[in-house]
Design a protein around this ligand. Sequence first.
Ligand code: ZN
Ligand code: ZN
Length: 159
Amino acid sequence: MFIIFGTRGREVHEKSGQFNCPKCCSQQNTVTDEKQQQYTQIKVAKYFTLFFIPIFSYETLGRYIKCDHCHSEYNEKVLEYVPPTFAEQLASYVEQELKTGTPISMLINKLKAQGLDQDQSTKAVDYIVANNIVTCHQCNMDFLKGVEKCSLCGQRISQ
Ligand SMILES: [Zn+2]
Ligand SMILES: [Zn+2]
């Protein structure tokens, strides 16, 4: 009788848990979604085999993290990734909308339509606008200072 032994690389599911998948986070709706994804940590190891059956692992070749949701694969360091907070995401969304000429009152309505209440919406906008308001006197609409043209009537807004 002869014994066949050898080695072979094998992927083992080591553990799973919750993490902030960079890809999934970037695809979530900026204002309302805030949730973590399930991950699987996979260890790639070399196994000693006997009759082609893995007996024990003797060398870890590497580890990677796989998102169960989008199937992206990452380095282990991804578990330390912290996405921008809700407040940070909201502030940058509000700033971008205002700078591109969305009237203040319309933006507040837009935020409310996305699930924020009146108070949260007003505060988020006030935080960026403060006293930097310009008005289109034709439409009676307020904009962030710096917006040069009214997005409703196309008139120039005096700063
Ligand atoms: Zn993902
Ligand atoms: Zn106007």
